[in-house]
Design a protein. Sequence first.
Length: 318
Amino acid sequence: MNTAICRLLGIEVPLFQGGMAWLATWELASAVSEAGALGQIGAGNAPPEWVRQQIRKMKETTDRPFGVNIMLMSPHVKEVVQVVVEERVPVVTTGAGNPGVYMEAFRSSGAKVIPVIPSVALAKRLERLGVDAVIAEGTESGGHVGELTTMAIVPQVVDAVDLPVIAAGGIGDGRGMAAALALGAEAVQIGTRFVCAEECIAHPRYKDAIMTADDRATVITGRTTGHPVRAIRNKLTREFEAAEKRGATVEELEALGAGRYPAAAIYGDVERGTILAGQIAGMVKEIMPARDIIDQIVAEAHAMIGKLETLTGLRVGD
Ligand code: TUI
């Protein structure tokens, strides 16, 4: 599976591990990169010195390419960009905004820049600014989400830009990977499944919440704030929904959500914390080493593509 993204980044498997705030630390990212895919550190809202330490740990534990995901709404975004540039991080992905103003800084460090985009319009705008690829993320994802589904956004972005496209949202196994390739993607990004990697530092109760989730376990809250977030339904999402229904102000809602990510991810408060997870949570049933997750997904994708070839009576390339 040597796609344009593999050649662009020097990776063997066209698969990115999502840059999840609090959860995508060097322990997980290093294991993913060592297995031939792209591991990423999630900067989230973390201070710049934490991000630098994570990058240094990553460099100590793997010689393979890796990424840092910069969450553009972070209060520390400028300093985090500076750290990523100084540390010459090979791949920078961005989320939750338009990275246009940082493009020059990224380019000066030689980083490959790959933003998450929720629409064709933003993909086209960023292509003009010189990004190297785009991650088209569907609303099936965990965390901050756009409106379009993966099935709808990926082929439309593939048609609209002359860049490699990475598909994200709702992909958790090799069937999803094969489907994304069929839509024209050159790689996939997977988050939720990697929360249940052995190497992920998520609290065991967070992992359990994913493994016991069913297909309808996640909900989107925060639409009234302009920043919708998908998480597993619990006491906090119900309180949030009730507050939105009674017309709570954005300030009240922000206060309700403040500090709730680490409450779940680190301290295991799965009732009053935010358990960010995508719609494929219902498919994740066991904790596995990151390498085994990757090997299994690739084997399943190969098998699925073979099955499709048999189905059509064609060989790929005919
Ligand atoms: O960013 C994510 N997922 C996240 S960020 C996050 S922290 C957060 N929490 C609450 C509110 C906001 C952030 C938790 N999960 N995924 C990538 C992603 N990017 N999804 C959607 C977007 C996006 C949205 C708008 C990217 C660009 C964009 O552009 C708007 C513009 O300025 O043009």
